[in-house]
Design a protein around this ligand. Sequence first.
Ligand code: ATP
Ligand code: MG
Length: 371
Amino acid sequence: MTAQALVLLVAAVTAWLVAALVGPRVFHEHLDHRGDLTSDNLVRHAEEAYVSANVIAVSLALLAAVVTALAVSVYLNRRIGRTITATSDAAALLAAGSYRTRVEAPRLGPEFEQLAQAFNAMAGRLEGTETTRRRLIADVAHEMRTPLATLEGYLEAMEDGVVQPDPATLAVLRAQTARLTRLASDMSAVSKAEEGRIELSWHSVDPVEVAQSAVTAAVEAYASKGVSLTLDTDPPLPPLRADPERLAQVLGNLLENALRHTPPGGAVAVTARAGGSQQVELVVADDGEGIAAEHLPHIFERLYRADAARDRQHGGSGIGLAIVKAIVEAHGGHVSALSEGRGQGTRITVHLPIEDASARRAAVGGGTTRA
Ligand SMILES: Nc1ncnc2c1ncn2[C@@H]1O[C@H](COP(=O)(O)OP(=O)(O)OP(=O)(O)O)[C@@H](O)[C@H]1O
Ligand SMILES: [Mg+2]
């Protein structure tokens, strides 16, 4: 406001000086050049008329300019002030834990739009983290209840002498504590993954090698259940830019699921193949239990189990596929599931961008080691 007023004052003084000093002199010279104006009276009258016309014109123009400039700057000051107040109020609400707080687009030009967008992005991120945190606590509490109830039941029964602490009882207790331990580590892994805090160590990775070593690691478990495991690759495949350990974790989880849900005598096939010009697909297909259509869209959700009672008995916490999804997405890929229904087998496909495509993306996005 002060700066605007100063500019106006300088403009007014300059206009006034020009009108009062320069204008009349120029007018006077013009009259002088016309030699036929003889009456002094007439000349004086004309000059006075010129000066008063000047004064009126300049005064009116200055008045209009001052009023308009003041109105515009009051309006702008108010709007900017309102936007800043709204943003600082929103920041205070956010700090107090209202993560749904957002600011409206101020329509005050690109810088203010950017400020509002950055603020809303920050609030969205905080809200996401908070939601994850709450769900995590609720999920963990829910998952802990069953093993804790079993442990408590057995301990009470032992205190009452109804159950003896024999190897069978101890095995039950151990299984429950093992489940709790696994739950704890899985939950921390998945919340890290879902919040995008997976540390990836990027390498140039041969997809065939990754598939090969995942199959080799699983061979023993498959053999002891009597499920056949085959590897079908389609070389040469372009290299991936990926974290090989994380990819091993992805395939390990998928192979564990396939084994769990395929009865003895069944078959599981791992395939590594090109998927279009920019992608490689890693497929784990089994001919086991399959997944009913109503469950299929949910299996990548954390703690989701198609057959909760039975899957829990199998020892699963319903976290494996959530981790798979988070890791694959951190690599810039995606994962999809296909099953014709119960008893029809399941096919999980991991789509990963090849190294060239990732390099191009990293160049555009600046490249990062954190996903
Ligand atoms: N190959 C498969 N065949 C049939 N159902 C499957 C298959 N893979 C996953 N599912 C279903 O999807 C659910 C979620 O799988 P996910 O790997 O996330 O959890 P989980 O295997 O039960 O537990 P965890 O992986 O944490 O040990 C499983 O409980 C199961 O019902
Ligand atoms: Mg699993």
